[in-house]
Each structure stands twice: as structure tokens, then as C-alpha cells.
Design a protein around this ligand. Structure first.
Ligand code: PGA
Length: 256
């Protein structure tokens, strides 16, 4: 089963409105003569969604949100709903560890967000992964299994086919520390086995699973070389257009 690789750039709160537009323009320019064989998703902050969407226009680069609320509407000061991102975003990250840490977001909330996005035709990028303490206590497999099982329990085979999972060990985010590529491949296999157990081999074969955490142009290749790694979720390096495009070029190498 050939899975189309995905590269997601998560700009977090790093870029001003102006810098977001400029970064999008640079990425567009750098990709101009490249036929994309992978999906590329850029996730700016909410206020820049419209401007970045405008820049990418009819190109194949998609725009995503970094988060969304699990309710359709209501008295939720400071929150953003699915219908508010819908004109701009074809994707949305949910369950990012920074969001989980800030708000105490639960697995239930992450799953509710993903379900709501799917109802509105937006593809969720669902982040999971263990903390440093869990890693050191050899709880990685247990944690990832719990997270994926909880998520799968609320999905159908059809809805899962639109989801992308991002395995991001929390300790690897922004730290320059990374698990071995072979460790990442093992986690991908673990996730796929859970999916196969619930929805069958075909669903597991189709699911795209990304690695995230300290990805740069210089370290991405060995991760992409592992079976089962279908792309990357990039934070810091994605705010530098040249680095982001270098990463895209490496990931492209894996595309059919
Ligand atoms: P990083 O962030 O690439 O800066 O480690 C990844 C992420 O948080 O998605």
C-alpha cells in the first residue's frame, strides 16, 4: 500500500502576521518548480490563516489550524470554532502536547475535536506521544497504546481514513533530542497493529503516521528511511522557509 507522505509545518506562536505572510510567500516561491508528490500543510496562528490561505491560493500547499474547540459554538471566550477555521483550513492539529499541557486537555477532548473536524470535512492531525518521565519509566508503549486505543474507540473505519496521526515524543519537541529512527519505526508498527486489531489490515495499511520532534533538514532522512514513517510534523524548522522546503524535498524522496 503506497501512502502519500505528508509534511506539516507548525508555526506555533513564532511568527507575526507579516512574517507569516512572508514565510508563506517564500515557501511558495521555493516550491515553484517542484511537483509535489507529498502533501504539504502549513499551520499558522489563527489570525494569519486567511492571509496564508490567500498566498497559497490554488497551489497544492494546504493550510491547517493549530487547534480548534470541541464545541460548535457558544460562550467560550478566547476559543475558536470549527466553522471559523473552515474557510481557510483543510486540516487542523489536535492534541498537541503544548496545548494539552496548557489546558489539561484530555483524551476525550482530543477525540471530540477530531470528530467535529471530520464532520466538517477538515482532516485532523492527531498528536500523541510520551513524556520524558514516561520514557524513562519504560512506559512509552503503554502510553501510546492507551492514547491510540482511546482515540480508535471513538472512530469508525471511514472516519479514520481521513485522519493523520503524529507521534511526537514530548521530550523531543524543541529539545534537539530525538528517539532513534528504529524506535520511531517500532512505535509506528505498534500504532498500526492497534489499528489492524480494531479495523483490519487494510485500515492499518492506509493510515498515515508522522514523526514529530526536533526535525531538521539534516536529521530527517534516517527517519523517512524507516518503514511506516509517512512524513513529519515540523515545528521550529518550518518557520524557516528554506529549511522547510529542504525537509519537503527529502520527504518527497519517499513518495511513489
Ligand atoms: P519542533 O516542534 O520541530 O520544534 O521540535 C515539533 C512540534 O511541536 O510539532
Amino acid at each position: 500500500m503506497e501512502r502519500k507522505p505528508v509534511v506539516v509545518g507548525n508555526w506555533k506562536m513564532e511568527l507575526s502576521h507579516k512574517a507569516s505572510t512572508e514565510a508563506a510567500l517564500s515557501i511558495k516561491k521555493l516550491l515553484k518548480n517542484i511537483t509535489l508528490k507529498c502533501e504539504v500543510v502549513v499551520c499558522p496562528s489563527y489570525p494569519a490563516l486567511a492571509a496564508v490561505k490567500e498566498v497559497f491560493g490554488k497551489t497544492t500547499v494546504a493550510v491547517g489550524a493549530q487547534n480548534v474547540h470541541w464545541e460548535e459554538r457558544g460562550a467560550w471566550t478566547g476559543q475558536v470554532s470549527v466553522s471559523q477555521i473552515m474557510p481557510f483550513a483543510a486540516w487542523s492539529i489536535v492534541g498537541h502536547s503544548e496545548q494539552r499541557a496548557l489546558t489539561g486537555e484530555t483524551e476525550d477532548e482530543v477525540t471530540l475535536k477530531a470528530s467535529l473536524l471530520l464532520q466538517h470535512g477538515i482532516a485532523p492531525i492527531v498528536c500523541i506521544g510520551e513524556s520524558r518521565e514516561e520514557r524513562e519509566a519504560e512506559q512509552t508503549v503503554t502510553k501510546v497504546t492507551q492514547q491510540i486505543q482511546h482515540f480508535l474507540s471513538k472512530m469508525t473505519r471511514t472516519s479514520l481514513s481521513k485522519v493523520v496521526i503524529a507521534y511526537e515524543p514530548i521530550w523531543a519537541i524543541g529539545s534537539g533530542q530525538m528517539p532513534e529512527p528504529s524506535d520511531v519505526a517500532e512505535i509506528m508498527l505498534l500504532i498500526r497493529k492497534q489499528v489492524a486489531g480494531r479495523f483490519g489490515n487494510e485500515a492499518a495499511d492506509k493510515l498515515r503516521i508522522l514523526y514529530g520532534g526536533s526535525v531538521t533538514p539534516t536529521n530527517v532522512a534516517p527517519y523517512m528511511a524507516e518503514p511506516g514513517v509517512d512524513g513529519v510534523l515540523v515545528g521550529g524548522a518550518s518557520t524557516h522557509p528554506m529549511q522547510f522546503v529542504e525537509i519537503i524535498k527529502t520527504v518527497q524522496g519517499k513518495a511513489a
